[in-house]
Design a protein. Sequence first.
Length: 367
Amino acid sequence: MKKLLAALLAPLVLAGVATPVAAQSRIKDIAAVEGIRTNQLVGYGLVVGLNGTGDSLRNCPLTRQSLEGMMERQGVNIRGANANTKNIAAVMVTAELPPFSTPGSRIDVNVAAMCDAKSLLGGQVLVTSLQGADGEVYAVAQGSIQTGAVSASGGSGSSVTRGVPTAGRIASGGVVERETGFEMANMDEVRLTLRNPDFTTAQRVAAAINQVYPSTALAENGTVVALRAPGQMGMAGFISQVENLTVRVDVPAKVIIDEVNGVIVMGEAVRISTVAIAQGNLTISVQESAQVSQPLPFSRGETAVVPESTVTVEEELGREIRLVNGATSLSTLVNGLNALGVSPRDMIGILQAIKAAGALQADIEVM
């Protein structure tokens, strides 16, 4: 029994005395390969099959012209005809072309109304070509729209809408027709770009790569790390090994303040020098009331309503000056600020005042 208890308690004892290890991130999570990115596609098309919620052809000439042009291509001439349908809508179709997409692969597309359509629910996008920034067609979209919106109306004219019925999505509604032409196999050198530029992190990334593959990485600046694949490896295989290496990310000292929502976010490297703080609340109250002024008997005066305002100012007294000691860790800093007993909105003003006094070793960014 004693041996069994010892075997069960040993892992708990080891876990209790274990020292915390600095969190590390994979290189693929903090950097990207230069040139490997998504490409935005856009196209103009028509949606049909709407239940009377489409564009008004009288108010949307672009929809009428598109409808006439489409029908002419199908061998039907409706120019000059009194087409007054509301089951069709002009839309913009957008999508993102992932890197290394091959012809025949499918992508998701987004659809948004351009004119006065009330809802795209249940509509069908006709074949629409999607072009890139260079004007070339890279994909073709078609399919049924899913809006995720709900709307209901009553006979009296009242209606309720949840979501945005004039914008929707077609899952796997686009078919890739052309590749972007990015050839990695023929590249002798690639560049990693850090998502958050930092000289320390860039040097750590290069050191971690050179430790496994000597003389293959060089930190050119705080953003770019140049890579050369070893002679026995291809570039794709080399990057697959590199992106799974882990490094410790160095984060600059920064305080993010959202004054609208009263949110404060502080990084681990934020430090504060010893300061003395006194904070008091000032409350201003304005009360409005109406007084009726009656004229004297048998006079020619008139009864009048006279507004009366009362303004009072209250200041919280008895707040003593508190000493916040210099903090060497984030937890110590938080405990020192919490000892002031103020709300997050008051803490925003205190942090800005501490920064102005030169006692806050961090940058303040106001959203």
